[in-house]
Design a protein around this ligand. Structure first.
Ligand SMILES: *[C@@H]1O[C@H](CO)[C@@H](O)[C@H](O)[C@H]1NC(C)=O
Ligand SMILES: *[C@@H]1O[C@H](CO)[C@@H](O)[C@H](O)[C@H]1NC(C)=O
Length: 395
């Protein structure tokens, strides 16, 4: 299914518009809908004097098909309430677990391929007519440190009528179906005289994507034809900012094979998310199907197509580079087969955003260094995403 998240969300909204909403916020439930599995309060880490709260919400369970069924991919979308109303979200991260609470990762043949969380009720800053993506995660599970670990009194504000839509995609590399739950770890402070006294400010998420700021293909773009083993995906057109403020936090996402993701302001890289692989056991797979495919060489099928010009067409601008097209009889690729992305570094306070700036994201891939993901023996689509949290002037 290749549809934009916005279209899926609108379709959902149209089909469920008549469902009654809980109007009284005193009866508020953060865990709602078919996929609510469990909630668990945790001790908050930030803003203890502002009545902060930390809440783990588990969604699911989802049954992910075995690797020989749709390549073990499971994709869905569902709605749920935000973790709180009239509150500032100061940090959020995602995890994938088994229903019994143990972590699921590539070493257990399961990965949180990606998750996008959209606030259906608020408008995107970068996508005209689109809803606002407030958080996204890949299997590297980067935490969105919206308040910089409590150093800045700022957060993403949830209004009483906000409604979240989750777009998860999970991947199973085992030969048997597996069940898992998606776990969101939310930390927030309720709106109060205390937060006003502390000068709390609202944060605007800014979404940049090599698929375009409206992510028409849900962020997944094909590798440009003839791109070779090293290539760069850009975002076209750039987004011209109509907001001004201070950028608090920047995070990025690429798929396996990626080396870095750059967030660029007026052709200058303001944040480089360097990608690291296999730093922890969870990211070193056992010999699952993906690993086996990788060992056998991902080039098998597309070999003939790797020839030709190093310039890609399509949504993302592709630029071939490096020493591709060496013809047959190439040596085995010296990539760290089977190792997966375990972290992508983030940036704090990289500077200002001004009206009229041009912002883009660039994703750099090098399959000679890190093996890419395959889908049915051919190269899977890739991603290049940048998400910034900005305190706008006057907020
Ligand atoms: C939790 O569930 C997973 C998947 O079924 C299983 O592999 C694991 O051993 C379980 N862990 C515990 C502590 O029960
Ligand atoms: C992962 O899947 C492979 C292939 O089915 C299997 O051999 C291996 O035992 C699985 N590993 C785990 C930890 O389940």
């Amino acid at each position: 299914m290749k549809a934009s998240w916005n279209i899926q969300a609108l379709f959902w909204a149209a089909t469920t518009a008549l469902a009654p909403r809980q109007a009284d916020s005193r009866l508020y439930q953060p865990c709602t809908g078919d996929y609510c599995y469990d909630t668990n309060p945790l001790p908050p880490r930030f803003f203890p004097s502002l009545e902060s709260k930390r809440l783990q919400v588990k969604y699911g369970p989802f049954t992910i098909p075995p690797a020989d069924e749709n390549n073990g991919h499971f994709k869905t979308y569902f709605r749920t309430n935000p973790p709180c109303y009239d509150c500032y979200l100061t940090a959020v991260s995602a995890d994938l677990q088994y229903p019994n609470g143990t972590t699921a990762n590539t070493n257990t043949n399961l990965s949180l391929h990606h998750l996008a969380v959209m606030n259906l009720v608020q408008s995107s800053t970068t996508c005209l007519d689109g809803a606002e993506i407030i958080f996204a995660s890949g299997n590297e599970r980067t935490e969105a440190k919206v308040s910089l670990d409590g150093q800045v009194p700022a957060g993403y504000y949830f209004n009483p009528h906000d409604l979240l839509v989750f777009f998860p995609e999970l991947v199973n590399t085992a030969h048997v179906p597996q069940e898992a739950v998606i776990v969101l770890d939310y930390e927030f402070v309720p709106l109060s005289d205390l937060t006003a006294g502390a000068g709390f400010r609202k944060v605007t998420p800014i979404w940049l994507d090599v698929d375009g700021t409206c992510s028409p293909n849900g962020g997944s773009v094909p590798i440009p034809r003839g791109a070779g083993e090293r290539f760069t995906l850009g975002m076209e057109p750039a987004w011209r900012s109509d907001v001004s403020g201070d950028v608090l936090f920047v995070m990025g996402h690429v798929h396996d094979g990626g080396t870095s993701v750059e967030i660029i302001r007026d052709e200058r890289t303001v944040c480089e998310g360097v990608v690291k692989y296999a730093e922890e056991e969870g990211y070193i797979p056992t010999l699952g199907v993906h690993a086996l495919e990788k060992r056998q060489g991902w080039r098998g099928k597309g070999k003939g197509k790797n020839r030709g010009k190093g310039k890609g067409k399509g949504k993302g601008k592709g630029k071939g580079g490096g020493d591709d097209d060496e013809g047959d009889g190439e040596q085995p690729i010296n990539a760290d087969r089977g190792a997966h992305i375990s972290s992508i570094n983030t940036c704090t306070l990289p500077g200002r955003i001004e009206k009229g700036d041009e912002w883009t994201v660039r994703a750099n891939y090098d399959f000679t260094k890190h093996a890419p993901m395959l889908h049915g023996g051919v190269l899977a689509p890739v991603m290049g995403i940048g998400l910034m949290y900005v305190v706008e002037d006057g907020q």
